[in-house]
Design a protein around this ligand. Structure first.
Ligand code: ZN
Length: 388
């Protein structure tokens, strides 16, 4: 067992994926909005996209360029980048609490930074790093003008927040939530049952199947849905969920910050998209059903952990979130979804365990992967304990 733990510890150190997502906070810093009007989001942190999670907040700029962009906290300009692709024109502000904010797709920077760029000559691609004393800023200082540069499909501000030391991407809502009103709970559209290869059946079938929760009503809050339809299962079955978050300010939809799956009141899976190590970006294709996305452009996010996944924002029981239907009785499943502001919705459905001779001895597996879960459950919290 010890060797297995050391092995995984070694892998984690080697890859960097799974680094702690909690920022190392040494000072309390006051945060303020990056714009001088009410923030409306076109996208939030952690939304699943092919091969990556959306790394920040997309702040609307009224479909135009030219909005004033302000530093969200005290600090100093630590980097300015210019690129035809990616972030386009971007400015980085490092803050004394160990965080760095990044403002992207800008039209231009304020004059003193533009002059600094002029001194280095005109380049298509540029990355300038500045020492702490060169360009100090206060929270609320004007630093740039919004635009549509780089990989951007329309004018907006893409705002990221990183742990300066580990460069883990952090949900900017952690600092800016009070400036972004939201009273609408996330909504689930449907769930997917995924019988594990040869080890489980759902509604008598070996293949994955989807079932709708009914039309979402984004105006309702703190709602509970109960599916009257009863399902059957035998053996090992995973579940996945298609869900979106909403706000009253716009028809845009967002990724869901918090998802929990309970079976008979016991948690088997939880995700809290608080922060993502950059090296874990491609794992979105494993957490999400990428194959399904390719055909439908709909993301079903699994409520279980695929072998080898290291995303530190997923938490499972000792069966990796896979539900083992091995008793002939009703199993009560509950999904709980929550956004950062605490708006919550709940979805209940019942699955009847019905013995089926095609599945032999549906017992929990006890293999190497379960040891990995032991690591996740018991040792990971020690490894990631906040440094003071
Ligand atoms: Zn964006």
């Amino acid at each position: 067992m010890l060797r297995i733990v050391i092995f995984f510890l070694f892998i984690l150190i080697l890859t960097g994926c799974g680094q702690e997502t909690e920022p190392v906070s040494t000072l309390n810093v006051d945060y303020c909005p990056p714009v001088d009007y009410d923030i409306v989001l076109a996208g939030n942190f952690g939304e699943p996209r092919p091969w990556h999670f959306h790394g920040g907040l997309d702040v609307k700029t009224g479909n135009v360029e030219g909005k004033q962009i302000f530093s969200i906290a005290d600090g100093y300009i630590s980097r300015i980048t210019v690129n035809k692709y990616g972030f386009g024109n971007a400015i980085y502000v490092s803050h004394p609490d160990g965080m760095t904010s990044v403002y992207c797709h800008l039209k231009r920077f304020v004059d003193k930074y533009e002059q600094q760029l002029q001194r280095t000559g005109i380049h298509d691609t540029l990355s300038l790093v500045f020492p702490e004393e060169q360009f100090p800023v206060k929270g609320g200082d004007l630093i740039a003008i919004s635009g549509n540069t780089g990989h951007s499909t329309g004018p907006h501000l893409h705002l990221e927040l990183h742990d300066t030391e580990t460069w883990v991407m952090v949900d900017p809502m952690e600092k800016l939530a009070r400036f972004i009103p939201d009273t609408v709970a996330p909504q689930a559209h449907s769930f997917m049952a995924v019988p594990q290869d040869g080890e489980g059946l759902f509604n008598g079938g070996y293949t994955k199947q989807t079932f709708g929760f009914g039309q979402p009503d984004v105006k309702k809050q703190h709602t509970t849905w109960t599916l009257s339809r009863e399902f059957t299962a035998w053996g090992r079955v995973g579940f996945a969920l298609w869900a979106d978050d909403y706000s009253e300010a716009t028809y845009n939809h967002y990724g869901v910050r918090y998802t929990q799956l309970l079976v008979d009141g016991r948690e088997v899976f939880r995700s809290d998209v608080s922060g993502i190590p950059v090296s874990c970006q491609p794992e979105v294709n494993q957490w999400g059903d990428y194959d399904h996305w390719r055909h439908t452009h709909i993301w079903y996010m699994k409520s279980y952990r695929e072998p080898g996944m290291r995303l530190p924002i997923l938490h499972t029981d000792f069966s990796q979130g896979i539900v083992n239907f091995n008793e002939e009785r009703p199993y009560h499943l509950t999904y709980i979804l929550r956004d950062y502001q605490g708006n919550q919705s709940q979805y209940d459905f019942t699955v009847q365990g019905v013995r089926d001779a095609r599945i032999k001895n549906p017992q929990p597996r006890c293999q190497l992967l379960d040891n990995y879960l032991l690591f996740d459950q018991c040792l990971w919290p020690l490894y990631t304990r906040k440094r003071i």
